[in-house]
Design a protein around this ligand. Structure first.
Ligand code: ADP
Ligand code: MG
Length: 318
């Protein structure tokens, strides 16, 4: 897919061919806009995230397939965290004219492979010339009416759970990182399906994806819900080879943090029902502060998560 050989319209044609069919859509790629036929009793959720060359990734260290995978994965993570199933996505590309056809082919291979695996078709987009490569994905999801998982829905007494293990993506940024950790950084695998399963089985009303570090993302839930939490650091699942600090403050793990009422099943049972590892890490409290404990004693650890435009303690970028 060489943009200089194909031109804009040739490129759109090639994308259209590779994107395949979109069954839930009345019209996908090819008209002025895409048309979705909504299902009765569902609400739609919309989310967008961009990946920018030399800000979120470098071609030197990320293979093109991973860049495409990650561009969609970070969006599907947000759809999942709302408890929604993905129904389709739009793609806006900013392309440097000198980009190679092979690079673009790899990007689409990773992007569309995840789209197919997630039943989330590419249904439209835009292409423009640009200085650096930018891929902006807008994903659309659907959730049963009134049942979306909200940051504002945590209540005192709820238990706090997290899927998978944390810190791997941050550890993957270290220059000496093992290949398995680097993979977590460049090709994250959010627990897709866990969000809709929480909704379908009425297990939770509150979730967030852990994209900026456990402490910061839990902080968003606490702030929006007007509550606090007590977290047992010994229970926080840390990826082998990562540190607790990376689990608490590192970003881009894309695991799911959720709360469930006292009466909810154990983490082991939840894990079976969601189809992924689940750990219980603490409890929501009335006092509006985040308490970190170890063997029942309060501890202080560095928990600064990532923010664009803010000097980072790690000096890392993403
Ligand atoms: P318009 O001039 O109406 O904006 P475009 O020429 O930009 O139309 O796009 C034509 C069709 O191709 C539209 O259906 C649009 O959604 C689709 N399209 C354009 N770029 C992309 C892309 N990067 N990925 C998927 N579909 C695209
Ligand atoms: Mg256009």
């Amino acid at each position: 897919m060489d943009p200089r050989a194909l031109g804009e319209f040739g490129l759109i044609e090639a994308i259209h061919r590779r994107a395949g069919r979109a069954p839930e859509w009345k019209i996908a790629i090819g008209d002025d806009a895409a048309v979705l036929i909504p299902r009765r009793g569902e609400e739609l959720v919309f989310t967008t995230d961009a990946v920018v060359e030399d800000v979120h990734f470098r071609w030197r260290t990320s293979d093109p397939r991973s860049v495409g995978h990650k561009a969609l994965a970070v969006n599907l993570s947000d759809v999942n965290a709302m408890g929604a199933r993905p129904v389709g996505f739009l793609l806006t590309l900013g392309l440097p004219p000198r980009i190679s056809g092979a690079r673009l082919d790899g990007f689409f291979a990773g992007l569309l492979a995840l789209g197919r695996a997630s039943h989330c078709p590419l249904v439209g987009g835009d292409i423009t010339r640009g200085r650096d490569f930018v891929a902006t994905v807008t994903a659309i999801g659907a959730v049963p009416r009134g049942r979306a998982l909200l940051r504002s829905a945590a209540r005192a007494g709820d238990r706090v759970f997290v899927t998978g293990a944390l810190g791997g993506a941050a550890a993957g940024l270290r220059s000496s990182a093992a290949p398995a950790l680097v993979r977590r950084q460049i090709a994250p695998r959010p627990p897709l399906g866990a969000g809709p399963a929480l909704v379908a089985q009425r297990l939770s009303r509150c979730a967030i994806d852990v994209s900026d570090g456990l402490a910061q993302d839990l902080g968003h839930v606490l702030g929006e819900s007007g509550v606090g939490a007590r977290i047992d650091l010994d229970a926080v699942p840390v990826v082998r080879g990562a540190t607790l600090e990376e689990a608490l403050g590192g970003g881009e793990d894309y695991e799911l943090l959720f709360t469930a009422p006292r009466s909810a099943p154990s983490a082991a049972v939840l894990g079976k029902r969601l189809g992924c590892r689940v750990s219980e890490i603490g409890v929501i409290t009335r006092q509006r502060r985040l308490l970190l404990e170890r063997s029942g004693h309060p501890v202080r650890v560095s928990t600064r998560g990532f923010q664009h435009f803010k000097a980072s303690p790690k000096g890392s970028e993403k």
